[in-house]
Design a protein around this ligand. Structure first.
Ligand SMILES: CC(C)(C)c1nc(N2CCN(c3ncccn3)CC2)c2cc(C(N)=O)c(N)nc2n1
Length: 341
């Protein structure tokens, strides 16, 4: 073991302190450090890395924003395909889905009681993250589910995406795949459009388009200014069946949070389709107060055992469905209503 210089020790300590502070701030929404303290430690790290460049590591918080724009994005193959979701547009179609997955299981086994996890369907862009020995090595768009675009440099600028996992008993796991949704909080979306309005630029029609447009930016400095955010919802360890690290979707969401990811806390463990329907109806109105856009609820059978038994069709998992809300027409502005008096 080479003797670490005192500078190397300090750099490592600063990286750990700053990463913990970011995790607390962006993921737990519970800051542990004043911004001024964070900024002072960050500047100390920058000065040490400038003085000793070989102490710079890819997971250093100073390495989030690239200096120069990329010229293009390369196409990459997902290690594990990203599937699409079958859609349901009301509770009757949700019940139809339940009949279908139950029929698919019988006669072997169709459990009477099953748990579902209901997750708000965040209206953003799906993203696939790959971690090697705990360090973020790739971020890719969904693309067609098999091939996506490597947008790692842009992904690194998203503060709620950890550059290094908070190891949680996964020390010796070589590769971890995480999927989730990149989104723009509504407040940020409005600010971006106000700036574009002032600059005479074309406005983004909705947060989802703003996310897609931002992730396509070749200059990560522009991406860094857009304050994109990320909710994780799937964890895969290639080569190990998912059940070895968690047995249910519920446990997987908790593990994702412990690893350092933001997870939407509005997800709910439902013990029946009726409870799913209640959750869906409650959020149909509640989502209008939400700080980010949603377009439905994603309903998943909770246990991985059941998920594996049901498997996938050509395109969809049989064990999940997107229960959508009626598409939101642009709110009709009062002055546009002509009243025939
Ligand atoms: C892992 C599975 C397949 C069950 C899955 N797939 C999802 N999606 C697939 C379809 N997607 C998609 N996107 C573009 C074109 C076609 N399909 C967009 C992501 C999920 C999206 C959300 C969300 N938005 O909040 C979520 N909480 N859970 C998901 N879970």
């Amino acid at each position: 073991m080479i003797q670490m210089t005192s500078e190397a020790k300090r750099v490592e300590e600063l990286r750990r302190l700053l990463q913990q502070a970011s995790y607390a701030y962006y993921v737990l929404d519970a800051p542990v450090m004043e911004d001024t303290v964070y900024d002072r430690l960050y500047r100390e790290l920058q000065e040490l890395e400038t003085k000793y460049p070989d102490l710079v590591t890819p997971d250093s918080p100073t390495q989030r924003v690239g200096e120069r724009p990329a010229t293009h994005f390369t196409s990459v193959r997902h290690n594990i395909p990203l599937y699409s979701l079958e859609n349901a547009f009301n509770v009757e179609e949700l019940q139809g889905w339940e009949q279908r997955w139950r029929r698919h299981l019988t006669p072997q086994y169709s459990p009477v009681e099953v748990d579902y996890v209901a997750e708000l369907k965040i209206d953003g862009a799906a993203l696939a993250l790959t971690y090697q020995n705990g360090v973020l090595v790739r971020g890719a768009t969904r693309g067609d589910g098999v091939m996506g675009e490597d947008i790692t440099q842009n992904v690194r600028t998203i503060r709620s995406i950890p550059l290094r996992l908070n190891f949680d008993g996964l020390e010796n796991i070589e590769k971890v795949e995480v999927r989730g949704e990149v989104f723009l909080p509504l407040e940020v979306f409005k600010q971006i459009n106000e700036k574009r309005q002032k600059a005479g630029e074309q406005l983004f029609a909705n947060p989802r388009n703003a996310v897609a447009g931002t992730l396509r930016q070749l200059d990560s400095r522009i991406v860094a200014q857009r304050q994109l955010d990320f909710f994780a919802y799937t964890l895969h360890i290639p080569g190990m069946d998912d059940a070895s690290i968690a047995n249910t979707q519920w446990e997987a969401l908790e593990l994702l949070q412990r690893l350092g990811f933001r997870v939407d806390t509005n997800h709910r463990l439902c013990h029946s389709i009726r409870e799913v329907a209640e959750y869906y109806q409650y959020w149909d109105t509640e989502r209008l107060n939400s700080p980010y856009m949603t377009d439905g609820v994603v309903v998943k059978l909770n246990t991985f055992k059941l998920q594996e038994q049901l498997g996938f069709t050509q395109k969809f998992p049989r064990w999940a469905i997107a229960l959508k809300y009626a598409a939101e027409e642009a709110p009709t502005r009062v002055e546009n209503i002509t009243v025939n008096v």
